[in-house]
Write a protein that binds this ligand. Sequence first.
Ligand code: DP6
Length: 328
Amino acid sequence: ASMKATALAHPNIALVKYWGKRDDALILPHQSSLSLTLSPMSVTTTVEFGASADQVEINGHAAKGSERDRVLRVLEAVKAEAGGALGPARMVSRGDFPAAAGLASSAAGFAALAVAARAAAGLPADPQAASLLARLGSGSACRSIQGGFCEWRRGERDDGADSFAVQRFAEGHWPELRMVVAILNREEKAVKSRDGMKLTVETSPYYAAWAKDAEAEIPRAVELIQRKDLEGLGALSERNAWRMHATAFAADPPLSYMHPSTLGLIEHLREQRKKGTPVWFTLDAGPNPVLLTDAAHEVAAEALARACGAVDVVRCVPGGDAVLKSEH
Ligand code: DP6
């Protein structure tokens, strides 16, 4: 049997964010989240079992520390599922993120790893199993197994078996939708998402309200996507991002991911919207906003980002499923 496979996956951006775990080890969230898979950015990953020793290479460098541990954890889970003695694994991963080094690639990376590792281990293609597996590497990665709009349902079980992402709408549902990533700052963030969300869960007095509100926003977001209501979805995405950041601001010590230029861009975006440009934003745990607009206004959105100091801009369209490139 073939023991080597290569897969490609796209990153995703959450419109209703995941922020906070109920189980740190299994990566189980307190609330559900909803995202859009983004093309053309991607990560391509090759996994080969039967190597002489475990080897993890990311973007041309040997991975170390927690990054390496997370990859090995996913590979161990695949070996356990496959049941056979597959031996040590060699993984080689490379991101294709057009000229924008500031973008997080871990979601696409763990999604590509999950799909490649399952194929290399001889397991059948299975989006649900791949999503569960990708989740063990990074929570948001479970939403990059499929294209279009994916919902990560929090699940109820303690073992996490019901905590995976499902596709709600394929990428073809809303082809005119655009996401414009504005890179204002390429510096690595001071507090990683994993640590920031843990601090927020443990110390923010607003945490319970955040989790309850985010859960309630999901069916509303699904309905707006169903109707392709850009104004409604834009407004929902903005308020969800503000609420995630508000919860983090209230942590002790306080957590602020924004830069002055982030707020400058948001202010300018609101002015442009008043003048009739349909553009909204979302913001992950970092300073770089992602603008939501439609195909007719993506050039205007890029110009807006550049006018506010963006050093790089990536224009994205709804992306597709993670795919197997080859089984060797
Ligand atoms: C703000 O998925 O990177 O981007 O599960 O600890 O690896 P871990 O965290 P990660 O957190 C993503 C947080 C977010 C919101 C989101 O993508 O939903």
